[in-house]
Structure formats: structure tokens, C-alpha cells
Design a protein around this ligand. Structure first.
Ligand code: MLT
Length: 304
């Protein structure tokens, strides 16, 4: 049985995973994976834009949003990718398309590397196949210390300055407030454990030439964390890929220019699922009613 709606809890491998599930039952499945240190609510506008034609699912990665974590839980991109597969198994989803932003993209790349037969297409947004440089690792370690010392609010204030493009700092006030709220809702323990997981993640650049499904790569024009040059590298190394640079956006391109972001998603998934999209149920009902009326007239004519 499928549960519809927001904030559904699923008990998976001794942990509660929280997710949102919307759209028609028999439509192609799109799974959205959030970035760090955010949660599934970052995908609200994308779910709304796509739910008429696709089954859209966004879940909280363990330790983020409303998904649980315990002291003993190990955080790694590999484990996050395994969680995704367990999650798909629990929901009886054999195949899906993935849309991952930044850390969500690292998880998507790891998942397709280990379970290529489970995915029909990928959208990689503001992400990278490269591992952390020694400088980035050092920075992350300092961040772990600083969160402990200066607290979450200070971390949230500093993060939004880097995540959003300079112009978004004044034009995307509501989005910035929402992102701060997401950061403040994450536990210090989860933030620290995820920062360490990001430091030790493996590269996935060697995987790129082997990806066999269509890939859309999107990047904010002013993304300084995973810049357009990284997106271009990935595009050049994935055979069936399209690259689109989102204007007026930094690292959170889906929030900073959702109109263009959603337009690209719609065009891409329309091409991936050309023949499989669900016809809205009202259209089918109206077609059946018209057919029944026609049949009645034909029968009436034949019985005269
Ligand atoms: C994210 O948005 O997920 C993070 O910026 C990823 C990272 O720091 O590597």
C-alpha cells in the first residue's frame, strides 16, 4: 500500500526515514535528494511543478530534516546511497530517476555506480565528481570546531552567505530564511558527522564515461562551491548529457531561479519518458464516457 502526502515516516533499518510522496500511482518515479545542510523541504517548488505528471518523492537523508540518526549510525556517502536503495525497496520502486543537488548529487553518483540497473536518468545539480582537496578538508575540520564553539546560528549565518549568489542575498529573502531554518533544525552531531563524511568521500569522475542513462547537469552561474567549470568537466565526460547554466543563481540554483530550473526539469523528463507519461485520469474518464455514448448510438442504429 502506498501512503500519499507530506512527512510520511518509514521505519527502515532501525531508523525512521521521513519523506514526501505525491503524484499519480502509475507515473514514472522521480526521487529528489537534498544538499547539505538542508532537507527535503528545499524541493517544494519542484515537487509542485512536476506532480501532475510524475510520482515525485523527496526524502530526508539520515540525520537531516525529520529523518533520525543515532549515536552509532555511521555517516558516509556510501551509506547514504545504500539508504536510498533500501528506501526504494521498501516502497517497491524498482526503477526511478534521481535529481540530486550537491551532496544529493554525490549520493546519486554513488548510487548509480553501485546499482546502475535501478536508475532511468539523473539530474545532477550544483555538484561534483571530484573528492575534497586538502584545503577543503582543512576548512571542513575548522567548521566542525567552529560549530561547537560558536553555535548553530553563527554557522547558519555564514553558510547562507556562501550558498546563495551575492544578488540573491537581497532578492531571495524568504529562501534565505527557509535555508537558515533548515540548518538550525539540524543537530550539531549530524552536521559534524556529515562534514566528516564529505571529507572522506571517494571520487566518481572515473565513473562518468560508464554512465548509460540520460543526464541533465545544471549549475548556478555564480556557484562558487561546485562551479560551472566542474559541471562542464562532468558534461564532457558523460556521453548522454546536457549542460544547462542557471542564470541569477549561486549554489542553490533550484531555490534561486526555480522558474528556469523547473523548466529544464520538465523538458528533460519529457524527453526521458516520451511514451510513458501518465494521461490525467479526467482525460481517460471523459474519453471512456464519449466512447460509451458512441457505442450506445451505434447499437441503437443497429437495432432499428
Ligand atoms: C551541499 O550543498 O550539499 C554542500 O555544499 C556539499 C559540499 O560542501 O561539498
Amino acid at each position: 500500500m502506498r501512503y500519499f502526502g507530506k512527512n510520511i515516516n518509514l521505519f527502515l533499518n532501525n531508523l525512521m526515514v521521513c519523506y514526501t510522496d505525491d503524484g499519480p500511482d502509475d507515473a514514472p518515479v522521480l526521487i529528489f535528494i537534498h544538499g547539505f545542510p538542508l532537507n527535503k523541504s528545499m524541493w517544494k517548488k519542484q515537487l509542485k511543478a512536476l506532480k501532475e505528471q510524475y510520482r515525485v518523492i523527496a526524502y530526508d537523508v539520515r540525520g537531516h530534516g525529520e529523518s533520525e540518526s543515532t549515536d552509532e549510525t555511521t555517516f558516509s556517502i556510501e551509506n547514504f546511497a545504500h539508504d536510498l536503495i533500501y528506501f526504494m525497496d521498501a516502497l517497491k520502486i524498482d526503477k526511478a530517476s534521481l535529481c540530486g543537488l550537491s551532496m544529493g548529487g554525490y549520493i546519486a553518483l554513488n548510487a548509480i555506480e553501485n546499482y546502475p540497473h535501478r536508475f532511468e536518468s539523473l539530474v545532477l545539480c550544483d555538484t561534483s565528481c571530484f573528492p575534497d582537496t586538502p584545503e577543503t578538508i582543512e576548512k571542513r575540520m575548522k567548521t566542525v570546531e567552529s560549530i561547537e564553539k560558536n553555535g548553530l546560528l553563527n554557522y547558519a549565518d555564514n553558510s547562507v552567505k556562501i550558498l546563495f549568489a551575492p544578488q540573491s542575498q537581497t532578492t531571495k529573502v524568504a529562501e534565505i530564511a527557509a535555508v537558515k531554518e533548515m540548518i538550525l533544525a539540524t543537530s550539531i552531531q549530524s552536521l559534524s558527522k556529515t562534514l566528516l563524511a564529505l571529507c572522506v568521500r571517494k571520487e566518481t569522475c572515473t565513473l562518468l564515461p560508464h554512465i548509460q542513462v540520460p543526464v541533465l547537469i545544471m549549475v548556478g552561474e555564480e556557484d562558487t562551491i561546485t562551479p560551472p567549470v566542474t559541471a562542464t568537466y562532468m558534461h564532457e565526460n558523460i556521453k548522454q548529457s546536457i549542460l544547462h547554466v542557471i542564470k541569477h543563481a549561486g549554489h542553490l540554483s533550484n531555490l534561486e531561479n526555480s522558474a528556469d530550473f523547473n523548466k529544464q526539469l520538465k523538458t528533460f523528463f519529457a524527453s526521458v519518458y516520451k511514451d510513458q507519461r501518465t494521461i490525467p485520469s479526467e482525460v481517460i474518464t471523459s474519453f471512456v464516457e464519449q466512447l460509451r455514448d458512441k457505442m450506445k448510438s451505434v447499437i441503437a442504429l443497429l437495432t432499428i
